[in-house]
Design a protein around this ligand. Structure first.
Ligand code: ZN
Ligand code: ZN
Length: 318
């Protein structure tokens, strides 16, 4: 039973935030009305504790919301996130308030895809375009409290054909296509697709994403890009640059070549951090092995020796 007069069926691959915005709009309400209901929590974006409230409002099962909302869980040493049935590190994972969309998908399907919530997902494999994270008209970020899923706060249509859309790099498209298949399989509890890199068997989606970010300059590169961004958020195009460099380096390593980009000291630091903070043992070992193979020094504070070692995940990568 729903408290809303008009009940909307959610799409299987729809994001929770996107669905809520769509359901509110259909009922003549907006996100500010929803925030009023959440008074006392003082949360600006959706959180797992609110899943029951959303169920009573929309009639959609709380479980549908909870697996689509990042949930903090205690990892072995750190707080980590569960999202879409997968485990993630908590940093640089979800875009939270600062959304990104594929304008073509919005124009075709009129809902927000769940992969768009991930920082690691920067392009649409269907339309082969980089996702858009600001309004072409007013330049502001795409916040959840906009009038409708396809409309910016300035009233401009986000889904309207835009002439500044950027075609994505083939490596980025292959990565996003794999990540999309992985997220879809995980949320439907189906077997996950095989690793996109033969030398990286058994790693989580987060683990492969982190290795690419590490080789692209690491978290320092992301932090620098955020500082240089015109808005307060890390632009999709900035993540795209770091990820693209890292994926290219991983692809070269896969072919037995040395990376053609000059790896920065910050890559060594980020690999050392990932060797400690990776969400699975395979993720941590792959980062430690890669750092040794590339002889990257690190000043990361906890570059202590790993307790466990697993089979060499980079067999044949020398
Ligand atoms: Zn698209
Ligand atoms: Zn606008």
């Amino acid at each position: 039973m729903s408290a809303m007069a008009i009940e909307l069926e959610p799409m299987a691959l729809e994001s929770a935030e996107g669905y809520l915005l769509r359901a509110l709009t259909a009922n003549g309400a907006n996100v500010r009305d929803l925030l009023a209901l959440r008074r006392g929590t003082a949360r600006r974006h959706i959180s797992p504790e609110d899943a029951r409230l959303y169920e009573s409002l929309t009639g959609v099962a709380a479980s549908w919301f909870s697996c689509r909302i990042p949930t903090a869980v205690a990892g072995e040493r750190w707080s980590e996130l569960d999202l879409f049935g997968l485990r993630w590190r908590s940093d640089w994972t979800v875009r939270a308030l600062y959304g990104q969309v594929c304008p073509e998908c919005l124009a075709d399907k009129h809902f927000a895809r769940l992969e768009w919530d991930l920082m690691a997902f920067v392009a649409c494999p269907v339309h082969r375009l980089l996702l858009v994270d600001r309004c072409a008209e007013c330049g502001r970020s795409l916040m959840p409290h906009r009038p409708a899923i396809e409309v910016c706060r300035c009233g401009a249509f986000i889904s309207r054909p835009q002439d500044n859309l950027q075609v994505a790099d083939p490596l980025i498209l292959a990565w996003c296509s794999w990540l999309s298949a992985t997220v879809q399989a995980a949320i439907q509890q189906a077997p996950l697709p095989a690793s996109p890199f033969e030398g990286l068997i058994g790693l989580s989606a987060d683990g492969i994403y982190r290795l690419a970010i590490c080789l692209g300059g690491g978290t320092r590169a992301l932090r620098g890009a955020q500082l240089n961004s015109p808005g307060p958020w890390l632009a999709t195009s900035a993540v795209d640059v770091v990820l693209q460099q890292g994926l290219a380096a991983l692809a070269e390593l896969e072919c037995g070549q040395a990376p053609s980009i000059k790896l920065l000291p910050s890559s060594g630091d980020s690999l050392a951090e990932q060797a400690y903070r990776g969400v699975t043992l395979a993720d941590r070992n792959a980062a430690a092995t890669l750092r040794r193979r590339l002889r990257l020094p690190s000043r990361w504070r906890t570059s202590r020796k790993l307790l466990h070692r697993q089979g060499d995940l980079f067999e044949g990568w020398s």
